[in-house]
Design a protein around this ligand. Structure first.
Ligand code: SAM
Length: 249
């Protein structure tokens, strides 16, 4: 869906002290950007208009957040939603970043020690030749592992059955274990859940929300990062990243 360019978004972002379009500068020292650098650092990828981001950061004032998206237009909305959630208090626990997540290794390093990554309703990229663009593809998950803490987690929500099924394989084959899984988040009783813009939209259509929490398996090493192949139906081949093992296992 094409979004109309919002004239106000870029100037408002440029004036915002908690926005950056140059994340490379802070690689390895993101924590220094927050008044309380010792607090947990959580990252949201593809935050869109920040509808759930605003609720999440307001409800967790003792967590530092970074929310990324490639579109300045949606980040403009996210800025307004987050400022409104905190008003009249100033916003101190979140930074908005405009950048392409597929290059995330250029913006984060192990020193950033991210404890949680949230991915909500990322593009399903249904065509097989586009699967590598998925934000849950092993190509991405292996980048995330580099800067997640030893017990770091990825929290993933989607409306898309095929993306969810494929992602279960992607996580397993990239050294993550599922610690919570449901194919109907809203019926599962899981709380608290902060409903995003797309989550509300798909729920209103009667589509159940698929959700998983995937935790880093400590000591797992990837032996065949570049040996990627995909089967005819688009699912990852059995050989994909099969070199992952627990150290000493
Ligand atoms: C379908 S929207 C979901 C927005 C929000 N998370 C929600 O649940 O309502 C996906 C968002 O991811 C962003 N996005 C997609 N690919 C991206 C990439 N490679 N880098 C940064 N942002 C990306 C898009 O700009 C869009 O805002």
């Amino acid at each position: 869906m094409h979004m109309r360019r919002k004239k106000w978004a870029r100037p408002e972002l440029a004036d915002c002290p908690w926005y950056t379009a140059g994340p490379e500068e802070f690689r390895g020292r993101w924590r220094t950007r927050f008044p309380h650098p010792e607090r947990p650092l959580w990252l949201e990828l593809g935050c869109g208009k920040g509808v759930s981001t605003a609720q999440l950061c307001r409800a967790n004032p003792e967590v530092n957040f970074i929310a990324m998206d490639i579109s300045p237009d949606v980040l403009g909305d996210a800025r307004r939603n987050i400022a409104a959630a905190w008003a009249p208090e100033p916003v101190e626990n979140i930074i908005l970043v405009r950048r392409d997540i597929t290059r995330i290794r250029e913006y984060f390093s192990p020193e950033d020690a991210v404890g949680r990554i949230c991915i909500n309703f990322c593009n399903p990229w249904p065509r097989r030749r586009h699967h590598k663009r998925r934000l849950t593809h092993p190509r991405q998950l292996l980048q995330y592992r580099d800067f997640l803490t030893a017990d770091g987690e990825v929290w993933f929500k989607t409306d898309d059955d095929e993306l969810f099924a494929h992602s279960l394989r992607y996580f397993a084959e990239s050294g993550f274990e599922a610690v919570w899984l449901t194919e109907d988040l809203h019926a599962s009783g899981f709380a608290p859940n902060y409903v995003s813009e797309h989550e509300a939209m798909f729920s209103a259509r009667g589509i159940p929300i698929k959700f998983g929490i995937f935790r880093v398996i400590p000591g797992w090493v990837c032996a065949h990062e570049e040996e990627e192949d995909e089967t005819a139906d688009g699912a990852p081949a059995d050989s994909l990243l099969s070199g992952g093992v627990r150290a000493g296992g």
